[in-house]
Design a protein around this ligand. Structure first.
Ligand code: HEC
Ligand code: HEC
Length: 335
């Protein structure tokens, strides 16, 4: 804990001495404003009723509260929508880390049949250009009102960049050096998280933000039993397909279970998933890549059990300790 406080203080001093470029800030906020309006515009889905915000809702920590997301015309996908409030923590995107470039990621939903449903970007660009509001915002941000894909991607990325600004109570306690902002149970939960329960070996505790991600991929066993007997035909579907991999994954829940394999085609990566950050975890039920775990308490229990098996040494926590771990995780919500 003391080490954290020193690191935070150093980071804060460094931030204060950064010079501020006001025109760059103004440009960034104009872009973010153009992006925010696209993000919540349901006319950008082929059914005229689905937007990014349908699955990444501002009222639900930019997740959707569903087991798996539902795109245009009520079509179900195969994955749980991740919160977009901690994107800066990740080196790669999606549960399997199949993409590294955020500007590419933000455009993919437009042309995924299980998300916004377009065959290509042209109708999206046409709708944006024909709308006086979007056109005006793009003119303010990019100097012209007829955006191309790159402009759309830059606007969405600028908007997503603004989402990380909130602070959790845990972070406030660290930043203000005021541990009394945390309850005794929460402090005990933190000690378990970093100690006996060994959660922080993957959900590494970042000195500034608390439990973050090691940006690595691990097996979880979640959803795997269902597909264990059909690995060969499933991997073949991935290697033989002419369909973009992101479409195949959302269309076929069994292929989606192959996890990291979809990105690397290495057998050891079958069923491995990216370690999620746990910021806002209290607000993003249900849990795991397939949304199969309904409550935070169940997710903790499942992790304790599975991580114990994986390391060949059970992790035994009392009911009180499990409650403390949950209390700590709930202090990671942006308020
Ligand atoms: C139909 C629901 C749906 C819609 C609409 C949707 N998304 Fe997503 N989004 C998801 C799901 C599900 C995933 C995870 C997919 C995976 O891991 O394979 C995801 C992943 C992402 C990620 C990567 C997050 C991470 O943690 O790696 C970003 C960024 C993102 N979406 C942004 C957007 C933007 C921008 C839009 C609108 C242009 C959008 N999404 C529209 C459901 C949706
Ligand atoms: C070996 C690495 C590893 C360890 C150790 C680990 N986790 Fe995880 N955790 C993961 C991965 C990977 C996932 C995503 C699994 C999936 O979706 O199938 C995950 C998912 C979760 C989730 C659900 C997150 C979400 O957004 O759906 C919670 C909650 C969680 N872990 C808590 C814990 C706790 C508490 C501990 C300590 C008892 C722990 N984890 C230990 C790697 C780990």
């Amino acid at each position: 804990m003391r080490i954290h406080l020193i690191l935070i203080a150093t980071a804060m001093l460094a931030a204060c001495s950064d010079s501020h470029d006001e025109s760059a800030d103004a440009k960034h906020s104009a872009r973010a404003e153009a992006g925010a309006a696209l993000f919540s515009d349901p006319r950008l889905g082929t059914d005229g009723a689905t937007s990014c915000a349908s699955c990444h809702s501002p009222d639900q920590a930019f997740a959707d509260g569903r087991r798996v997301s539902v795109g245009v015309d009520g079509l179900e996908g195969a994955r749980n929508a991740p919160s977009l409030l901690d994107l800066g923590a990740f080196d790669s995107f999606f549960w399997d880390g199949r993409e590294h470039d955020l500007p590419k990621v933000v455009l993919q939903a437009f042309t995924n049949p299980r998300e916004l449903g377009h065959g290509d970007m042209q109708p999206v660009l046409d709708t944006i250009r024909a709308d006086p509001g979007h056109s005006r915002r793009f003119k303010a941000a990019f100097g012209h009102g007829t955006p191309d894909h790159d402009d759309v991607a830059q606007a969405l990325v600028a908007f997503l960049d603004t989402l990380e600004r909130g602070e959790t109570r845990y972070e406030r306690a660290l930043h203000t050096r005021n541990l009394s902002l945390l309850s005794e149970d929460e402090i005990a939960g933190l000690a378990l998280f970093e100690g006996k329960a060994e959660c922080s070996s993957c959900h590494v505790t970042d000195a500034e933000r608390g439990p973050s991600t090691d940006n690595r991929f691990h097996h979880t066993g979640i959803g795997f039993e269902r597909v264990a007997g059909q690995i060969a035909p499933l991997t073949e579907r991935i290697t033989r397909t002419g369909t973009p991999i992101g479409h195949l994954i959302l269309e076929d829940p069994d292929v989606a279970e192959l996890g990291r394999y979809a990105a690397t085609r290495r057998a050891v990566d079958i069923g491995a998933f990216r370690t999620p950050t746990l910021r806002n975890i209290g607000n993003t039920a249900p849990y795991m890549h397939d949304g199969s775990i309904e409550t935070l308490e169940d997710a903790i229990e499942r992790e304790l059990y599975y991580r114990g098996i994986a390391r060949g040494r059970p992790i035994q926590l009392t009911a009180v300790e499990q409650r403390q771990l949950a209390a700590f995780l709930r202090s990671l919500d942006i308020e």
